[in-house]
Design a protein around this ligand. Structure first.
Ligand code: FAD
Length: 323
């Protein structure tokens, strides 16, 4: 049976996040030839609708309201539920982002549905789709099927490839008017920490430092390497606890989950809690002076050596290759 699938797109600072396109690709697989409808909530999102269509949505519904300028679970759940009631889909896809993780259980409980969260891959399609998700902090994967009722999944960023952009694709972008009321919180201003360069959770290359980096200054070469590779800097909790960097860079069970094409772990031992946030990276390179370090168990390439000697050589080599 083909399905109508609602996909919540996410925008930040006026631009759609990549995970929106990945969610559309997942929705296409689930739809089995059915309709994929993008949903955008915000105060000025109408102009972003077409881009979702270029990435595979058949049509897009926007909900615009001043109270949707910043995310609140009350505001977004009212907006999304209004679209749900209008469309009555058979399936829903969100990104497994901070927003998606907050909103999806609330919507699932309103709809009395199950929720298959943190999907990293889909086998089969349509009614035969099987969803793969990590369990036990990434130590194992389980396969989950939805046997009946509404199918609701969240997809982990950077795991499901988006469809190629087709600027010639057309579709309807309409709006639904919703009176957003009874908000328990109103966010009047968001002050962002100034961060350099690429967004860590969507970066294709992550250079992460641990306690072995030994100081905040020790992170400077990591930033240089990340810049050269077009990537972002991350960190272990050990490095954050030691005040070498900000907690917003923490990767792991209690930090961000990243799945870049290339993860370079520098002076990180490879504790289970750290690996929960990076072990699904496509290629892992570890630099550690201890040949027994746990990180080498998940590394595709290991460099046993002093990071203060290895990193400058690596940076010089990358500079040479870029000439
Ligand atoms: P260490 O374990 O101290 O390792 C430092 C490494 O650097 C060592 O392997 C050492 O050989 C190497 N090294 C030292 N000097 C050099 C050098 N000159 N050259 C090369 N290598 C060198 N941790 C996370 O990262 N993320 C989480 O989200 C997280 N959540 C947690 C949640 C809970 C409930 C708990 C209990 C812990 C959590 N932790 C988390 C902490 C985790 O258990 C580890 O303590 C932490 O990951 C260790 O950080 P590290 O690898 O940087 O430090």
């Amino acid at each position: 049976m083909s399905k109508k699938v609602l996909v919540l797109g996410e925008a930040r600072e006026g631009a759609l996040r990549n995970v929106s396109f990945e969610a559309i690709a997942a929705a296409k697989t689930i739809a089995g030839g059915g309709e994929v409808v993008g949903v955008l909530c915000g105060d000025a999102v109408q102009s972003l609708g077409e881009e979702l269509i270029h990435y595979g949505a058949d049509r897009v519904i926007t909900v615009e309201h001043p109270h949707l300028k910043q995310y609140t679970s009350d505001g977004f759940s009212q907006a999304f539920m209004a679209v749900y009631e209008q469309e009555k889909p058979e399936a829903i896809v969100f990104g497994h982002t901070a927003l998606g993780k907050d909103l999806s259980p609330k919507i699932a409980s309103k709809l009395d549905s199950g929720l298959i969260s943190d999907v990293t891959a889909i086998e089969g399609e349509g009614d035969d789709a099987v969803f793969i998700r990590p369990i036990y902090s990434g130590k194992a994967f389980e396969k989950v099927e939805n046997k009946e009722g509404l199918l609701f999944i969240t997809v982990r960023p950077n795991n499901i490839a988006p469809l190629s952009q087709d600027a010639g694709r057309t579709g309807d972008v309409s709006s639904v008017s919703v009176d957003i009321t009874n908000l328990r919180t109103i966010i009047s201003e968001v002050v962002r920490k100034s961060t350099e360069g690429v967004d860590l959770s969507e970066a294709k290359v992550v250079v992460a430092g641990g306690r072995g980096v030994k100081s905040a200054e020790g992170f400077e070469p990591l930033q240089e390497l990340a810049n050269l590779l077009g990537g972002a800097v991350g960190a272990s909790r050990g490095a954050c606890d030691a005040d070498y960097c900000d907690y917003s860079l923490q990767i792991g069970q209690t930090g961000k989950v990243v799945t870049p094409d290339l993860y370079i772990a520098v002076g990180i031992s490879g504790a289970i809690q750290h690996m929960a946030g990076m072990s699904n990276s496509k290629v892992i390179v570890a630099i550690n002076k201890d040949p027994e370090a746990n990180i080498f168990k998940v590394a595709d390439y290991g460099i046993v050596g002093d990071l203060f000697e290895v990193l400058p050589l690596l940076i010089d080599e990358v500079k040479e290759l870029k000439k």
